[in-house]
Ligand binder design. Sequence first.
Ligand code: G3P
Length: 217
Amino acid sequence: MKFFIDTANLDQIREAQDLGVLDGVTTNPSLMAKEGITGHENIINHYKAICEIVDGDVSAEVISTDYEGMVKEGEALAKLHKQIVVKVPMIKDGIKAIKYFSDKGIKTNCTLVFSAGQALLAAKAGATYVSPFIGRLDDISTDGLGLIQEIRLIYDNYGFETQILAASIRHTMHIMDCAKIGADVMTGPLKAIDGLMNHPLTDIGLAQFLADFKKGN
Ligand code: G3P
């Protein structure tokens, strides 16, 4: 299972990279705005800075909603760095753009996916990644993890190579549940990744080991 961090915060990206388990980064316009990164040039420079920190794929989202605009923007983003994956929304022109990028060997991440039908279409268009937003489905009393299960089944039925990138991960148990289902990738906040380390018995056991070591020395 690949671990991506879902943030545009460079300190958090560095921290996750330093842990040694990071496979990539996902961003979106809201995450950029949260870090105060606005304006075309600043956003482009920020993508470059992220690519300098991590070794893996970095999703950069197009803002255009028409086919021609997405193609132009996506091609420019892809030229920035070999790690850039063009993030395209799940709309009609987005599907056409994903097919175009796929034929040209440009990696894509189909975002804002909320149904198995959308995920099937993204795979047919040749998306590298499909991003079902599980947290946002949970927010409206809909089973986000159930969607991951459905997509896994459909992709396995036909051998689609599109990777399921579980997005809108909100907490550590989302990561664990996605791992059990077989999501290829999860993207979440640093806090959810850090949560995987925690267990009170680990803390108690370590304190005991250190206390016993002191007794004998
Ligand atoms: O990767 C998608 C993600 O950024 C959305 O997360 O928490 O805004 O639903 P959230």
